[in-house]
Design a protein around this ligand. Structure first.
Ligand SMILES: Cc1cc2nc3c(=O)[nH]c(=O)nc-3n(C[C@H](O)[C@H](O)[C@H](O)COP(=O)(O)O)c2cc1C
Length: 513
């Protein structure tokens, strides 16, 4: 803290403190000394009203305590980050409480107390200066406080409600928020900070930061207008299929808190390529690089390789024709929750070869990434990569859900509750990292790797980058930790890069391989 900043705060605190002591005196002495009296102004009427006490203690006395605390926080905040954070939180609380007190005077009592207004002014100024002086730390405090509020208050409430209902409620809410420019600006103010060292460009696409929303959260392209404003660097919508699908029989989504995982059994619940391509084509641009994930329709009529490939091709054609302003495509070959997934599998190298040859013939200019499975041995995975690199595929996303119900990270008692579906989150972390490493070792100069699976914080993200990923995606971490997680990961990554002397994420990609 600079000396001039301390000086400004101390003056304001001294004024507020003296004012609160005086108001406390007035409250007990029942006098109106020094306060002008008019039909609009009457200190005594306010300081002795029924709103002037909480549990028999005058609010003015709380004011005295507030300013004393602020003085202590400033003193220790000169050198201590923790005390500066206390100062920021308390100054926010003080400003909010002053708003309430002004409301009481203006609306409930219809009379003002000049000295109360002076106290409100000092608390607003303290808050305002804290915003200016501690801009960077203020964001940290807001994000971290939001995170605590999410895990301690919001998440327990959400988790009392059916998971699918919350998920669909959130995407619909996001769609409404994304229609309002003011809300977008407010969200950006709170969540977005541009970090120079997190910027990158791959295949002509400019990424403000390397943290993306994975396929499966926004099936019907509802949150494309708000996702940048909670600091996502890119977003994938879908997976979208040629034939719309209402979703697999319940449960489509479940929670495994101890395993830090979600049960996923959606089976591509989406409105179909025609509806979504039409929806996306109406947006002139997106605030972030947008990807469209395309998969084979979840429909029993598609029981041959040829019909499945043609079904995928139809979706690509539809999006290309609609001229949607997406930056890239994902070709999802790894959803384990669809009908005929075993019978018609693109994991077989010869089947994959047929699919990619057909996609090549579409001559799509936008980069295509293949969404890979993680339940494969190194040998099987390498064989798939060997096929992929022969085609016009720019990269791979590693990877999809954990299908192994016996996986050591899954708590058995939680798994037993579900008969169908597969698992996201922590149970995907290790296998995803293993295969990222393998892909990097094998084809680092040929394929851009997007790491996905079990990222809950910046340390997890760092591991994915050092194993060979250039970008990362997530869903489950955000659901467990809150939407502020994206900004927290970006902030922490940026700080860690600076601390270790790196200028960009690119410099750490693959350094652990
Ligand atoms: C609710 C839900 C739905 C998903 N649906 C899809 C999907 O349609 N297409 C896809 O490629 N991946 C889908 N996934 C997998 C995720 O994209 C991601 O690969 C996986 O969840 C691991 O990342 P995470 O641990 O950060 O969630 C889904 C995941 C979740 C949680």
């Amino acid at each position: 803290m600079k000396i001039v900043q301390i000086f400004i705060f101390l003056i304001l605190i001294a004024i507020g403190f003296a004012d609160s002591v005086f108001l406390t005196y007035e409250h007990y002495a029942l006098t109106n000394i020094g306060c002008p009296v008019s039909p609009w102004i009457n200190c005594l009427a306010v300081t002795t009203s029924k709103y002037s006490e909480i549990f028999g203690i005058p609010l003015a006395l709380f004011g005295v305590i507030y300013y004393l605390l602020m003085g202590i926080f400033v003193y220790f905040g000169r050198t201590s980050k923790m005390f500066r954070h206390f100062f920021i939180i308390t100054s926010t609380f003080g400003a909010l409480f002053s708003v309430y007190l002004i409301f009481v005077q203006a609306v409930l009592l219809k009379v003002f107390c000049a000295y109360c207004l002076l106290s409100a002014a000092t608390s607003f100024l303290i808050f305002g200066f804290s915003l200016i002086f501690f801009e960077k730390e203020w964001k940290t405090v807001v994000l971290d406080t939001f995170g605590y509020a999410y895990t301690l208050v919001l998440r327990p409430i959400f988790w009392k409600i059916d998971a699918k209902t919350v998920h669909e409620g959130m995407t619909s809410f996001g769609e409404v928020l994304g229609r309002n420019d003011l809300i977008k600006k407010l969200f950006s103010f709170i969540f977005v900070k541009k970090h120079k060292n997190l910027k990158s460009t791959y295949h002509g696409i400019k990424f403000d930061n390397p943290v993306g929303l994975a396929a499966g959260f926004d099936y019907n392209a509802q949150i494309t207008q708000i996702s940048r404003h909670i600091d996502f660097g890119f977003q994938t919508v879908g997976t979208i299929t040629n034939i719309e699908y209402a979703g697999n029989p319940a449960p489509q989504l479940g929670r495994l808190p101890k395993s830090k995982s979600l049960l996923v059994n959606k089976g591509y619940k989406n409105k179909g390529s025609l509806v979504i391509s039409d929806k996306l084509s109406k947006f002139k641009k997106f605030d972030l690089p947008l990807g469209i994930s395309i998969g084979r329709s979840n429909n029993s009529t598609l029981d041959t390789l040829e019909s499945s490939i043609e079904d995928i091709v139809k979706s690509f054609k539809m999006f290309e024709k609609a001229n949607a302003k997406n930056s890239y495509y994902e070709l999802n070959i790894s959803c384990p929750n669809i009908i005929n997934a075993v019978h018609v599998s693109f994991y077989e190298p010869k089947n994959l070869e047929k699919l990619l040859s057909r996609v090549d013939r579409l001559r799509i200019k936008k980069p295509i990434f293949v969404k890979m499975p993680i339940d494969k041995s190194d040998r099987e995975f390498k064989k798939m990569l060997d096929v992929i690199v022969k085609h016009k595929i720019k990269g791979v996303i590693i990877g999809n859900l954990q299908t192994n119900k016996e996986h050591k990270t899954l708590v058995k008692s939680e798994v037993r509750k579900f008969k169908m579906g597969n698992f996201s989150g922590k149970p995907t972390f290790e296998d995803s990292n293993r295969l990222i490493k393998l892909a990097y070792k094998s084809y680092k100069d040929r394929l851009t790797i997007i790491g996905c699976g079990g990222v809950f914080n910046s340390d997890d993200a760092w591991i994915k980058f050092t194993n060979g990923a250039s970008l990362i995606q997530l869903i489950t971490g955000m659901i467990f930790e809150g939407p502020q997680l994206i900004a927290q990961i970006n902030r922490d990554l940026s700080e860690r890069l600076t601390k270790k002397g790196y200028k960009s994420i690119k410099e750490i990609v693959g350094t652990a391989v």
